[in-house]
Design a protein around this ligand. Structure first.
Ligand code: ZN
Length: 150
């Protein structure tokens, strides 16, 4: 999953502030819990706090009982990347955006291969939909493929 590739760049800094181990990978349970716990810290600088707040708002805003460990964060992150691509950003711009907005570092090459995988999945969906006569779904998949491929 693409969320497995996302590192929180300021993890070491956050670790010093909160006083316990913070894993570098942003979608690990321990990290998600650390984020939820650390938002109250006065010692976070403005930028770090803003990035953590953006992260919470974008990925951790579900109402599941097991939040933040319910899996929604990973799914939302994956769809955020697709949405950014569809809005016209290339994989390098997406990588820059994620770093700026959420403090997340993801290699452009990883984003590119994720986008390619998504296209393959959509192509399979399109083929199956056509076989099953679900033309709306087939059209939707075809349209999404086009917007991802740009
Ligand atoms: Zn959830």
């Amino acid at each position: 999953m693409i969320s497995d590739k996302a590192r929180f760049k300021a993890a070491k800094k956050l670790e010093k502030i909160v006083g316990y181990r913070v894993p570098g990978f942003a979608f690990k349970g321990q990290f998600l819990e650390a984020v939820c716990a650390s938002l109250d810290y006065q010692r976070l600088d403005r930028r770090l706090k803003q990035q953590l707040m953006n992260f919470m708002k974008a990925f951790l805003n579900c109402k599941c009982k097991t939040n933040p460990l319910c899996g929604c964060a990973e799914r939302k992150f994956a769809s955020e990347i697709l949405e950014l691509r569809i809005s016209g950003m290339n994989h390098r711009q997406i990588s820059e955006f994620l770093l700026d907005e959420y403090g997340l570092s993801v290699f452009p090459a990883d984003i590119l291969s994720y986008l390619e995988e998504s296209v393959h999945v959509l192509e399979a969906v399109k083929d199956v939909s056509l076989i099953e006569g679900k033309n709306d779904l087939a059209e939707l998949s075809a349209g999404t493929i086009l917007s991802i491929e740009g």
